[in-house]
Design a protein around this ligand. Structure first.
Ligand SMILES: Nc1ncnc2c1ncn2[C@@H]1O[C@H](COP(=O)(O)OP(=O)(O)OP(=O)(O)O)[C@@H](O)[C@H]1O
Length: 269
């Protein structure tokens, strides 16, 4: 393993990662390493480059300059499907779902993605019991066991988000990427998702990355925050310290960045 640039715990590392769209540099020489067993929240004002940075990590976009390593391998030019196969999994905002397939079939596709046992096998065979067990397991994990036969398109929005997270779990990646995982969910559904993310973090051998605007969610889950501003890495470190930093407060001027004092129980709902 060519890991002169990594520590043993580092699973994913970006070095001077940059992408330009015409004259606009959306991500500008960002360097950071993500260690096994950590959850990093990526925050920043609107247009800071968070989603673009995620796209560079998952392979939806290729960088103009810079390097990316996964588990000691240079994956800078590796395409998104291959990265997913290698263990970099991303939950998209509902675009991963197959609306005309059932919840169970969607889960099957995710659970079998690495084995190549496609949907036909699901319909035909009694074999593949291990995949069926996996599907049952992850359906239960996201509280959707009772909705296995529903078409994904007919699920309420909150359940679609749960299905999406369930599919990511079923891929069993080593890097979990969540892009505002609770967006559009009702207050009572949010804890299911946050508990799942917390549980992944507690396995202590995965990397979890979270783009998140809600600072209460960031505080409750993240070991570390990375702040992007105008495409650059503005600050990083332990959440309370970073949120309180004058530089970060300044970058958020004009947006609501809640101060890090103690919250009332209602405020964190
Ligand atoms: N394909 C593209 N072509 C041109 N400019 C782009 C493209 N994708 C992103 N940008 C620009 O790059 C900048 C960063 O966008 P990005 O969506 O990554 O920000 P963000 O931090 O995720 O914002 P938000 O919090 O609003 O989702 C913006 O100025 C955006 O307009």
């Amino acid at each position: 393993m060519s890991s002169s640039h990594t520590t043993p715990r580092t699973l994913l590392e970006a070095r001077d990662l940059t992408i330009r769209f015409g004259g606009h540099t959306a991500v500008d020489a960002v360097s950071c390493a993500f260690d096994n067993g950590t959850l990093t929240a990526i925050v920043g004002p609107n247009g800071a480059g968070k989603t673009t940075f995620f796209n560079l990590l998952s392979g939806q976009l290729m960088p103009t300059a810079g390097k990316l390593w996964f588990d000691g391998q240079d994956i800078t030019r590796t395409k998104a499907p291959k990265r997913a196969q290698m263990g970099i999994g991303r939950a998209f905002q509902l675009t991963n779902l197959f609306p005309e397939l059932s919840v169970r079939e969607n889960m099957w596709l995710a659970a079998s993605a690495r084995t190549g046992a496609g949907l036909v096998m699901h319909r035909l065979a009694d074999g593949y019991g291990d995949i069926r067990d996996k599907v049952d397991h992850y359906l239960a994990r996201v509280s959707l066991a009772h909705r296995g036969d529903w078409l994904a398109a007919t699920l309420p929005h909150g359940d679609q988000r749960k299905l999406e997270v369930g599919m990511l779990l079923a891929l069993e990646p080593r890097v979990f990427m969540f892009d505002e995982p609770t967006a559009g969910m009702s207050v009572d559904e949010v804890p299911v998702i946050l508990d799942l993310i917390q549980a992944i973090r507690e396995t202590r051998d995965k990397v979890v990355l979270l783009v998140e605007h809600k600072m209460d969610v960031v505080r409750s889950l993240a070991d570390r925050i990375i702040v992007l501003h105008e495409g650059r890495l503005l600050d990083e470190g332990e959440p309370e310290k970073v949120i309180a930093s004058p530089l970060v407060q300044q970058a958020y001027l004009g947006e609501v960045l809640d101060a890090p004092e103690t919250e009332s129980p209602e405020a964190s709902a």
